[in-house]
Write a protein that binds this ligand. Sequence first.
Ligand code: SF4
Length: 340
Amino acid sequence: MMTEQTRLVTYSRNVFIPVTNMCRNHCGYCGFRRDPDDPQAYIIHPDRVTEILQRGAGSGCTEALFTFGERPEEDDRYLERLKAIGYDRTLDYLLDLCRMAINAGLLPHCNPGVQSYEELALLKPFNASMGLMLETTARLQVHDNSPGKIPQKRIENIAHAGKLKIPFTTGLLVGIGETRADRVDSLRTIAGLHQQYGHIQEVIIQNFTPKPGTIMATHEPPSFEEMLWTVEQARDILPDDVAVQVPPNLISPGVLIKHGASDLGGISPETIDHINPEHTWPDVEELKQTTGKDTMLRERLPIYPKYILDGWFSVELRSLIHQLADGEGYRKTNEDLHRI
Ligand code: SF4
């Protein structure tokens, strides 16, 4: 039972599906990206996606999180590989993967990198929500070889999503060379976008973690105090209806929850975090140990309750959302409601 002092913290249960690790960008901290001629480069095969979706549905997941390298089709070698599985455009492949997820009973949430308004409009009916990390509004050296990380392009993408009424996830990547003032500016930018369009459901405050073999391999990650400061700023600056999310596989959330974090993002019982594969997901039972007695953990869908109640979803998703959501817009099972 909730009291006035109880903090409600949400999470979703997902499967993490990395569609391709090829990417036009070369971010200085990225351990995920591969060149098309790298033996570890891939486009995930539909059969593999089917298998992941079936496992996710079997273990009660509600979200199919599709992640990407950004605009890999700018390289012909990627396009050849895409053609080999029957597609000329990544967008068409992604739309089919979304349909597969819906048929398997999971709600798609795509993070395909910077998209045009028209591309987002095509994806919207098949996505419960979508995401694009703003990361920062500052021009940073680590993004010198990443055309998709020009802040204005990402701000435009988030605005396009707002115009299309797509429930949206964005966030900051902390510790990549930005200053505290940059973080405040980034948060104010996101707050302004939400005030204009009302579509930002959550803002991830993600700590940079160094990856072997990258330019930033020996760069110090942000301290816990720096993360705490940023979470506090986020809670102060963002409108109250925007959740502040921290990733519980990258940082212990207990203290951050006391200072404004209210969401833990996707926690997968079936798949690893392919962007941070060295950081395993905690399970919900483990989180009970770190979040405190005055915290209630509740499962949500990839679309936040208020957007369900306000009908921000397509006819294509209607029956699945009604099947999965309870009357308040959370995941429809009492066993997922934990008093900690
Ligand atoms: S856009 Fe993403 S996948 Fe591409 S290099 Fe940057 S962090 Fe890596």
